[in-house]
Design a protein around this ligand. Sequence first.
Ligand SMILES: [Cu+2]
Length: 424
Amino acid sequence: MTSTRREFLQNSAFALTVGSALPGARPETHSSGVVAAAPFRPVVTPNGATAPHRIVDGVKVFHLVAEEVRHTFAPGLDAFCWGYNGKVHGPTLEAVEGDKVRIYVTNRLETATTVHWHGLYVPSGMDGVGGLSQRSIEPGETFLYEFTLRHHGTFMYHSHHDEMTQMAMGLMGMIVVHPKSPSGPPVDRDFVYMLSEWRVIPGTRRPDPNEMTDFNVLTLNGKIFPATDPLVVRRGDRVRIRFGNLSAMDHHPIHLHGHSFTITATDGGDIPESARWPETTVLVPTGSTRTIEFVATEPGDWAMHCHMTHHVMTQMGHGIPNIIGLDPSLIDEKLTNAVPEYAAMAQGAMNESAQDLASETPPNSLPMVGGNGPYGTITMSGMFTIMKVRETEPSGDGGWYAPPAGTLARPATEAELSRDGIPK
Ligand SMILES: [Cu+2]
């Protein structure tokens, strides 16, 4: 973080204030001093932020600073990544269809960079492909991108110079353009996620951009469970979730428990209502965005996660032998001598407490799975979070759901087993 940027961001015209007639809406501060309610419900980027802006002569002005960021994936695992404005990933850029925007990009990296506006209609010279649409932004330079947002939707921005390295280091963020004339039912909650993947070798603090297949840190907005913020909503809320995926090599089928939803848009535009169908999992291909909508009808604590099972683990040891079905007590010593990682995958290890698991890992690394839940360890990490649906306006993180009597799975009683003819 540089003093120049800090001054820029602390400029009073950039300060965000909250509160207006529209619940959840954010007023815009114009250079004239006039404060008007935003004509849209602002998005929430869990674990992330919305980029501040100022309005100069009717133009929305943003400033992105590409720089190294010491980023914490979850307590116990951090790395020197690259981000924007001190964040991994960069803040969400939010505007309205028809807005004219000026986006300044300052390069505080030690290497050249550019920014590409993925999915937006822009003049060719504003498209940000280093060498093709512009010369790259050298360290210390500030470039200006300027265009009009011609259509609404969910888009992304990312480096388009030495992409393999710069995106593996984290240089990306989301763009939300609200429609000028909204159609369809308004939503009560509007969440934004960037899906990405990293290779961080246990004990190191630099993501490895050379990795092609074995990514071991799979993130929702740069975080892994249990550091992923829950989505806290009220029962009956209409919820929109926008996913962007800029993983190097993987798509992510994101599954939501307890509800079904409709995929309403991609980064190519809105999907006509006649072409939508119900889903419980949305496949978000790399280089794409997918937007889903549903009404949160079911109270409870509902998992939302990538359904690729290795994407809900962290820093997994893939090279270890399959010991499922073996009695480890017979071979503990031999196996541990031969395969030091064995203890981490031993049958039964999944049931250890999150604290026990954490105590067994090398410095700056995390156990493959494990967050504390109301009934024990949640054997998940990586791309996993929780949607908490509550009857009344939730406060804070919503706590844990208290299931009504008779609605919690439990050991079967003798009487029940015999009543239904189930052998023990
Ligand atoms: Cu995945």
